[in-house]
Design a protein around this ligand. Structure first.
Ligand code: HEM
Length: 536
């Protein structure tokens, strides 16, 4: 008699405490009012109060796509910012319209995406910062070495590695007549990763199958763990995050076991050659030079190997994503035969005129290939909104009449990248894959117009604009994009010249979780080497 009553009182008390803890951990008692007063908010019912807000945040991991589309149509298209409830970025984000893209031209001292990036990958749980690898990311400086001069040296090395990687991953002597059936996303990511690792660490480690598998496992564990933690309410993150951190750190140790001896050997050579940084051209060599400029403490093999590891996920997933999506768009299109014929003809002509496709100059002339990849990137963003940033210094940003964001206040902002790319007012028939949409029509094959002239008129995949935000926008647009472009164009030209490809299992409907569009894991390909065709 007394006991059941007691239990229900304890139950109600516990539930209230739990709810208060949840509300407190989201910190939204004040935020939601501030936002509602200043700008529109999506995903919450008008006048629904804190519970409507809380529900919107809890649903946001799977509803972000819907919320963003709603906000884009209602607010962005009228040039207005809107509030987006999100579990992903600790409560809410302000999504700015295209007309406010000019803010991204502010300096890194004024705008910083760094804290948001670290929060997004759940750095504090998943990665170790011994040696200040993440809090002092000097490894980003290696992108200064990816200039067109260095890419000219790297392009032939990359092509050589593609030849080897495709033969290893796509040629199965036992299946010569029927071709090889393979997982589209995994196998294409494996191929581009191998070429990326050749550029990062050189031979022979890029051909070490065990190392490559451990690397993939490590990158997967970071991505998956970060996604899980980002889906959890903040108060649950410390426990689950630390458990997942045990897994990611274990995977990191396994990869480092392969990498540290490679770095040690290179440091040894570097010393023997009196610090001649160009004894071998790859990113490790650039990193050694960068480390040297930052003082002797940075020159430890362990620390340098960790910096290579920090750069890796970007190389493995980003580039594999772009290549795999382009192949799937082209080979699953109803007009596949015509598209492939046009691409193949261009690759053959350029290869003939340039003695092959190994050089940067030759790759730069593949305008149709460039357009097809840019079009696939437009349709296949990896993120729903662009990478978020905070105002940390400089002048305030006026978001709407009566609401100005002053430096240092915690208002995190982003742009609706994917929704700009799919806006019918910007791109006619936006959901249709139109591979040659960006080709400068009429004269790319004309002998009267030089390659340089044509190129200056075509919007290339490396050209960010207010309508193409895949690599960001403004002065902080991705500095690795020329490298990505050269690598993916080489990969696609190799495919159209050397393989018959059939998509045997189509990619399903695009799904998203948090801010990520999920990769087409179920898509499968049949690949068969063409008979008696040279690489070029
Ligand atoms: C397909 C692969 C890649 C994609 C989709 C990508 C995308 C991006 C995006 C969206 C940004 C943010 C730009 C902004 O804040 O407006 C960025 C920044 C950056 N990316 Fe990439 N990236 C890729 C590959 C690479 C590679 C291979 C490197 C290195 C070689 C690289 C180095 C960087 C660096 C250092 C920044 C920071 C730039 C700054 O803060 O000024 N990225 N990237």
């Amino acid at each position: 008699m007394f006991w059941p009553e007691h239990i229900s009182t304890i139950g109600i008390l516990a539930a209230t405490l739990f709810l208060l803890r949840v509300l407190h951990s989201f910190g939204h008692f004040k935020i939601q009012h501030t936002l509602w007063e200043k700008i529109g908010v999506v995903g919450v019912s008008p006048g629904g109060g804190i519970f409507s807000w809380l529900l919107a945040v809890l649903k946001s991991p799977v509803k972000l796509d819907e919320y963003l589309q709603d906000g884009y149509d209602k607010y962005s298209k009228q040039g207005k910012p809107f509030g987006l409830p999100t579990m992903w970025m600790g409560g809410y984000l302000v999504i700015l319209p295209r007309s406010m893209l000019h803010f991204l031209n502010r300096s890194r001292q004024e705008l910083s995406g760094f804290n948001a990036l670290l929060e997004g990958i759940q750095f504090k749980y998943l990665l170790s910062d011994r040696g200040r690898i993440w809090s002092n990311p000097i490894h980003f400086e290696v992108t200064n070495d990816l200039t067109s001069k260095d890419l000219a040296v790297l392009a032939p090395i990359m092509m050589e590695e593609f030849e080897n990687a495709f033969r290893t991953c796509w040629d199965d002597p036992g299946m010569a007549d029927n071709g090889l059936i393979t997982d589209a996303f995994a196998s294409m990511t494996r191929i581009t990763s191998r070429v990326s690792v050749r550029v990062m660490l050189g031979l022979p480690i890029c051909r070490n199958a065990e190392y490559m598998e451990e690397s993939m496992r490590y990158s997967n564990s970071i991505m998956q763990s970060a996604a899980i933690i980002n889906c959890l309410p903040p108060f649950m993150r410390p426990v689950i995050g630390r458990l997942l951190g045990l897994w990611t750190r274990h995977n990191a140790r396994k990869v480092l076991k392969f990498m540290v001896p490679v770095v040690e050997e290179r440091l040894q050579k570097h010393k023997q050659m009196g610090g001649d940084a160009h004894s071998q051209l790859d990113m490790l060599q650039s990193l050694i030079r960068v480390a040297q400029n930052h003082g002797p403490a940075e020159l430890g093999a362990d620390r340098i190997a960790k910096r290579v590891l920090a750069l890796k996920t970007m190389f493995i997933f980003g580039i594999g994503w772009v290549f795999a999506q382009a192949v799937l768009e082209i080979y699953s299109n109803p007009d596949c035969a015509d598209i492939v014929r046009t691409l193949e003809q261009e690759c053959r002509r350029v290869a003939r005129e340039n003695n092959g496709l190994s050089t940067r100059e030759a790759i730069d002339k593949l305008y149709h290939v460039d357009s097809a990849i840019r079009e696939s990137m437009r349709l296949n963003d990896a993120f729903l909104h662009t990478l978020p940033f905070d105002v940390v210094a400089g002048s305030p940003i006026e978001l709407s009449k009566g609401w100005t964001i002053s430096p240092g206040s915690r208002v995190r902002m982003a742009y609706p990248g994917r929704f700009v790319h799919l806006d019918p007012d910007i791109y006619p028939e936006p959901r249709r894959f139109d591979p040659f949409r960006f080709v400068h029509k009429g004269d790319t094959n004309s002998s009267e117009e030089s390659g340089e002239e044509a190129m200056s008129k075509q919007e290339l995949l490396t050209t960010p604009s207010k309508s193409f935000l895949f690599f960001g926008y403004g002065r902080h647009g991705c500095p690795g994009r020329w490298f990505v472009s050269t690598l993916v164009k080489q990969a696609l030209s190799y495919v159209v010249l050397n393989y018959d490809v059939e998509v045997t299992n189509l990619p399903g409907k695009k799904q998203s979780l948090l801010n990520f569009v999920l990769p087409p894991m179920e898509a499968r390909l049949r690949v068969k080497r063409k008979v008696s065709v040279s690489t070029e």
